[in-house]
Ligand binder design. Structure first.
Ligand code: 6GU
Length: 249
């Protein structure tokens, strides 16, 4: 998979050299290219923002640098990319969207600072549905200073789904929010050695070697955790899912 990121803070994307994503890059599984938006400015001050039409606080990112940047990145590759524009007013970033993006050969991220990008830029690229897709995406109901941290979040969520990136192909089967057996439930607690720590014992069932009992215990813990932290996930779920799980464990 190829990932292009256009930003005024290339250093903000340095964490993409570390850990899971860094290793996937080193192994050639993903091709990440970070670009400085200011290379597509032509004035002495490398201006990327200006005051908003209609007044109001803050600054808006100018259309010209973004248009030149996106044209240049688009010209540098082939195939039909998805342009992801992080914004708190976007559609929610979910595991389902991460799975869909992980199936694409090429993602272009356009994180903005200030109050956002001049609307005409999104319209310009959204008007080319035959060759690309534009998705405005939010990572949650809170406001960040810019889209760079959301890009780190989305790239990690997508990268770990790519073939060969995780050591164990089963690792994301039981993820909270993964489709399948544990769909709609949050993951319960986990334990490792020693069997007793500061007087606290590991739940006995986990030491029993009884796979059926372990599976049922994990399911019950996941249900309890979900009703405590995310009751709406259970209320909104199809009860058939839980019946199916009952028969499975
Ligand atoms: Cl994608 N951007 C910004 N600036 N704030 C956010 C966000 C994105 N998602 C949640 N808050």
């Amino acid at each position: 998979m190829r990932l292009d990121i256009v930003t005024i803070f290339p250093d903000y994307l340095e964490p993409l050299n570390v850990s899971l994503v860094g290793k996937a890059r080193a192994r050639g599984l993903i091709d990440v290219r970070v670009h400085d938006l200011r290379q597509w400015t032509h004035d002495r001050h490398h201006t990327v923002d200006d005051t908003p039409y209609g007044g109001g606080p803050g600054m808006v990112m100018k259309p010209d640098p973004w248009g030149e940047a996106l044209d240049s990145v688009l010209d540098s590759g082939q195939g039909e990319p998805v342009i992801v524009v992080p914004t708190p007013s976007g559609r929610p970033f979910t595991q389902e969207l991460a799975v869909r993006l992980a199936e694409k050969p090429w993602l272009i991220f356009a994180p903005a600072r200030y109050e956002g990008i001049d609307r005409r830029v999104i319209e310009e690229y959204d008007a080319r549905p035959d060759v690309l897709e534009v998705l405005e995406v939010s990572i949650g109901d809170y406001v960040l200073a810019g889209g760079e941290a959301p890009v780190l979040v989305m790239v990690e969520a997508v990268a770990r789904l790519l073939p060969g990136v995780l050591g164990n192909a089963e690792s994301h089967r039981d993820d909270s929010f993964a489709p399948g057996a544990m769909a709609q439930l949050l993951e319960g607690p986990v334990y490792t050695k020693p069997p007793e720590w500061r007087g606290r014992a590991v739940p006995e069932v986990l030491l029993s070697g009884h796979h059926g009992k372990v599976a049922r215990w994990r399911r019950d813990e996941a249900l309890a955790r979900t009703s405590r932290h995310r009751p709406e996930l259970i209320e909104g779920a199809d009860p058939e899912i839980f019946d199916k799980q009952d028969r499975a464990v």
